[in-house]
Design a protein around this ligand. Structure first.
Ligand code: NAD
Length: 349
């Protein structure tokens, strides 16, 4: 196997920590891409990976994405991410969470964790017993905190509306068809907001119970996971896992807009160009999905309330507009434009 330095996604990561706790069975990777703007912040993902190389690639890609996301959201945070390598049953024990918390603590605040796929607020409470370098904890009263998911959903919803305004010239989602990949935390919030505005929804998830519950709550049609991206819709909103926009899936897209909350949607940078070449408006994922980290950072760093969080999330559409405008003016695709902006902000431009 290649050394981590040889991985295509290594991209000058500052720190990579491989965590093994024999007693609990925990295996994890903590990746810190950049601390240029502040402590490396990004959630922890619990996932069953095909092999260790897949896990490392995921950690590296997610961690770099957090550097870009935090920089583009104007947060005083660097970028990092952790992955816990789970078995096929996604086993997660209190002992594993405790061992993970101790590993985060050893980094002395240079890495700050929170929820990602497979991790809950309850898990953050368990990690908090071992370290104070964690957010996404329950909020009391007017405090900022809790599950970042609804904040991510709000940002994605506002970003979808901005894309619809730009590509279709419409101010509302009423009557438009939104195809959502995923029926989890982020997709659920987007679906509820879009349904409330009168959008027609189609959703797909590999978890049948989840997709049925969300369909019942929003009136959405259920679609097979294999068909959701190519649906004849106005907007395709990927809100599940990454690398789903590839040469093959882009060729099969029918919708004029791709705007969703999943991290690392493009399988390769060329896929950003492929979307642009097909005239499909793409909302760079780490820009549109920053609502969760905006809430997490306000919780962790203090100095703000729910009003400030909302204000910062409401700035996401303008950020997307800036990217799309520069993309149109320079003939570079929106993902490339966003990457260049983010790299400059983290001192690597
Ligand atoms: P989640 O675990 O609540 O939901 C993800 C859903 O995707 C699950 O229901 C899962 O069954 C489904 N899924 C997996 N593979 C699928 C497939 N092939 N087709 C259809 N559905 C599939 O996770 P979430 O918090 O909603 O996060 C979704 C995405 O958004 C992830 O990429 C995550 O990294 C990203 N994201 C989340 C947040 C947040 O605040 N939660 C913030 C930023 C980005």
């Amino acid at each position: 196997m290649d050394t981590p330095w040889a991985y295509p996604d290594f991209d000058a990561h500052e720190v990579l920590q491989f965590v093994t706790d024999a007693k609990s069975g925990l295996r994890a990777i903590i990746a810190m891409h950049s601390t240029h703007l502040g402590p490396a912040a990004g959630g922890t993902r619990l996932w069953h990976y095909a092999d260790d190389a897949d896990a490392l690639t995921d950690a590296l890609r997610l961690s770099r994405g957090m550097s870009y996301k935090n920089a583009m959201a104007g947060l005083p945070l660097g970028g990092g991410k952790a992955v816990m390598l789970a078995d096929a049953k996604l086993t997660k024990t209190p002992e594993m969470l405790a061992a993970f918390g101790r590993a985060v603590d050893r980094l002395g605040g240079n890495y700050v964790t929170a929820e990602d796929v497979g991790m809950s607020v309850a898990d953050m409470i368990a990690i908090r017993r071992q370290t104070k370098f964690v957010a996404g904890l329950p909020a009391e009263g007017d405090e900022v905190g809790g599950d970042p998911g609804p904040h991510t959903s709000l940002g994605v919803f506002l970003g979808v509306k901005a894309a619809v305004r730009r590509a279709l010239g419409k101010d509302s989602l009423a009557g438009l068809h939104l195809a959502l990949q995923g029926a989890g935390s982020v997709a659920g919030g987007v679906a509820r907001l879009a349904a409330a505005e009168g959008a027609k929804l189609s959703i797909a998830d590999v978890d049948q119970a989840r997709v049925e519950a969300l369909a019942a709550a929003t009136g959405a049609a259920i679609v097979a996971p294999a068909d959701i991206l190519s649906l004849d819709a106005d907007v395709v909103s990927p809100c599940a896992l990454g690398a789903i926009l590839s040469e093959e899936s882009i060729a099969a897209l029918s919708a004029p807009i791709v705007a969703g909350g999943a991290n690392n949607q493009l399988a390769t940078p060329e896929d950003g160009q492929r979307l642009a070449a097909r005239g499909i408006l793409y909302a760079p994922d780490y820009v549109i999905n920053a609502g969760g980290i905006i809430n997490v950072s306000t919780e962790y760093l203090g100095g703000g309330d729910a009003g400030l969080v909302r204000e910062r999330i409401e700035a996401i559409p303008a950020r997307l507009e800036t990217i799309w405008t520069e993309s149109a003016a320079t003939d570079r695709d929106p993902a490339a434009v966003a990457d260049a902006m983010a790299q400059k902000l983290i001192g690597r431009g």
